[in-house]
Design a protein around this ligand. Structure first.
Ligand SMILES: Nc1nc2c(ncn2[C@@H]2O[C@H](COP(=O)(O)OP(=O)(O)OP(=O)(O)O)[C@@H](O)[C@H]2O)c(=O)[nH]1
Ligand SMILES: [Mg+2]
Length: 353
């Protein structure tokens, strides 16, 4: 039975997202590696005997409360084969070095369990992962072009509310296929049903608790984690066909002005034919006096420079703006007031009265 066939004979319930196999010579021994990555676990066969050897089920110990641990602890159970301490130690060494985060089914059949052989296996595994990522990118390039908007802006500026409303507008009024992608790992009040939700990958709350970080540090960590797991996002995006995409983003300003992860994620998507526009939400309250307005303009400008996407500023909460008595109730008046410009009637009063 060859390796690929033996893989399919294992009673696995989920369809694999991809299967990759490689063969190399390690210290004179012909070595084959088959890696199958499923949505909820990984299947890895490493053999120098051209057949399946000891089979280990390796679980990642996570606390029940969903904390994310930076250095996971693994529980290894022998499912098939005789007890072999050397092989079990090798299985643990490989799992820990590879920092595998999903449950792993590992088949190990080696002639030589030396550290240098195991290190070669680790390098090979990394090569396979890179290779499979390249294949994913190739698959995306062959696909169609996608369009959408990423909704960014300071905390509480109305991003999530806007996403929900725009989703309803596209769907009900324009009859267009549209999906919302939530990339805010601390999103509590989603007024939409996201097609992709980053909170299934990581949440800011778990990071704060497990890594002892504050809200800002946790959000940055989450975005770095998402960047590292870009394949997770891409795989799910590839499942969405012909839909306009609305990305709901977190509200931490540094993420758009200094930090690189969000920029990098969207840069990669842009290269994969995702044509996106940044919709920068600004609370209209910040247009109510000149200093706030200037700081908003500077924030918008630095965000535009950093994110480097077509950029539209949207004034939110205009219904909540409190007009002065006798103030003209129009957007023009609101903006003139922000920069201290005089209205026509004020000019007339000042000049002629
Ligand atoms: N009056 C008024 N309130 C709004 C409007 N848009 C949002 N809000 C309110 O502003 C608050 C914050 O809105 P969100 O949509 O959660 O803002 P956000 O930018 O997603 O917030 P973060 O994700 O925490 O950064 C909520 O209480 C909303 O109900 C609006 O157009 N008018
Ligand atoms: Mg929000």
């Amino acid at each position: 039975m060859d390796l690929e066939t033996s893989l399919t004979t294992l009673s696995l319930n989920n369809s694999p997202s991809n299967v990759n196999s490689f063969a190399v010579s390690i210290r004179g021994n012909h070595t084959e590696i088959v890696l199958s990555r499923f949505t909820n676990y990984i299947n890895l066969i490493i053999t120098q005997f051209e057949k399946i050897g000891n089979l280990y089920q390796i679980k990642v110990d996570q606390p029940d409360n969903g904390f994310v641990i930076s250095d996971p602890i693994y529980t290894i159970t022998t499912v098939l084969g005789r007890d072999n301490l050397e092989a079990e130690v090798a299985a643990r060494y490989l799992t820990e070095k590879l920092k595998i985060r999903k449950p792993l089914l590992l088949s190990l059949s080696l002639k030589d369990f030396s550290k240098s052989t195991l290190n070669c296996v680790i390098e090979l595994y990394k090569t396979i992962k890179t290779h499979s990522r390249m294949a994913l990118v190739k698959r995306t390039k062959k696909g169609e072009t996608h369009f959408g908007q990423i909704v960014i802006g300071p905390p509480g500026s109305g991003k999530t509310t806007y996403c929900g409303r725009v989703y309803d507008f596209y769907k009900d009024k324009l009859n267009r296929k549209v999906e919302v992608v939530n990339l805010d790992p601390a999103n509590e009040n989603m007024n939409y049903n996201p097609k992709i939700d980053v909170m299934k990958l990581i949440t800011a709350e778990d990071v704060m608790r497990s890594l002892n970080l504050g809200p800002n540090g946790a959000l940055m960590y989450c975005m770095e984690y998402l960047e590292e797991n870009f394949d997770w996002l891409l795989c799910q995006l590839l499942e969405i066909k012909d839909s306009y995409l609305i990305f709901d983003m977190p509200g931490q300003v540094e993420l758009y002005t200094h930090h690189g992860s969000i920029k990098n994620i969207f840069e990669k998507l842009e290269k994969l034919s995702y044509h996106l526009c940044a919709v920068h939400m600004v609370d209209s309250h910040y247009c109510s006096d000149p200093p706030k307005f200037i700081s908003t303009l500077l924030l918008s400008l630095s965000t535009m420079m950093q994110i480097a996407l077509p950029h539209v500023n949207v004034l939110s909460k205009a219904n909540g703006y409190i007009y002065g008595s006798g103030e003209e109730r129009s957007m023009q008046a609101l903006l003139s007031c922000a920069v201290g410009a005089r209205t026509e009637s004020e000019r007339f009063d000042a000049d002629y009265m």
